[in-house]
Write a protein that binds this ligand. Sequence first.
Ligand SMILES: [Zn+2]
Length: 416
Amino acid sequence: MSSHRCRFCASPLSVTFADLGTSPLSNSYVEAEALDQGEIFFPLHAYLCTDCYLVQLPEVERPEKIFSDYAYFSSYSDSWLRHAEAYARMAAQRFSLTAESLVVEVASNDGYLLRFFAEQGIGVQGIEPAGNVAAAAEKVGVPTLVRFFGTQLATDLRAGSGPLAARGADLMVANNVLAHVPQLNDFVEGFRILLAADGVCTFEFPHLLRLIEGGEFDTIYHEHYSYFSLATVRKVFARHRLTLFDVEELPTHGGSLRIFCRHEADAGKPVEERVHQLLAREEEAGLGDPATYSGFVHRIERIKRDLLRFLLDAREEGKTVVGYGAPAKGNTLLNYCGIKADLLSYTVDRSPHKQGRYLPGTRIPIHSPDEIRRTRPDYLLILPWNLEAEIRRQMSDITSWGGRFVVAIPKLEINP
Ligand SMILES: [Zn+2]
């Protein structure tokens, strides 16, 4: 029995979903000058709440520490930009947004999404706690408040001046942030406060059903506090008098949900049939049964043994294996498996903010992708497996020297 309580319903947490040992914060990339210093490792232990079925990590570090110099710039991924552009087109049309409308994005990053609304002449306001990425957003014409979103900020904005205070936001967007907030109830309540009476808010987050089906345990890392099924996320919003009226399944991040919510009193948007259909699918998959969650450990251990066996055999045969990508999920995988530079010589990343640094915990160096063409490794282990197709296209020339692509999740696969 842990001493932790559920961040949504406050019940004690006693059932383990995944115990991944200890690991540094996954975005704390190590500078060359800091290699002779220590790193702080935190427990990475996800629990199931058996009352509301929220899978969650207890908070181990203050969010200000985790997010203040967040190294991830959304605009460095081509596929994510296309996803953002398609969303902006869809939302502008479906919700009839005009020059008088106001779209607010929470965790707006470098403006990767709002700029597509701004290009259509729609009013935008970004909210982003990381100062360095917010500055990048301002440069592409996206006004950005450098604050954490929650009840306090929503209340402050309502008390200010201008259309946001008078009417609220017509569309509020939060992509890949709901899962990252430690104060879940305070965060969701902020949406209720800032959303216009007939407004819509949409959220994207990885779907727990897909995490379980796909063995995607590496999407568990300290910055990612909550792992939602549709059934549980609907309960969370209902408690804040917001009604989940539509849902889409997306391929992003190994399988995500996009949920659409509105005020409980806004009867103009009936609950779509596909909400009920997906709830039924989750029930069929056993998401209402604690045994489904407690059995996940067997999947994780299988993935670890298979990857280690491959790396040890390759090393034995004198083959070289390097990584592609330096995502948070790669750090969970490598730290859990205990893989260091003796088995994976280096990894590469397109983001210049990561190049020249080292992965936290494992201290595997991060180079530019050019290093692969220079050193011609036998195997390229793709760490962001959700971008596998894009990476295989970008790096297709490794086959010219017989290089092969490897992914570890959902199971080890080696492809030409
Ligand atoms: Zn709970």
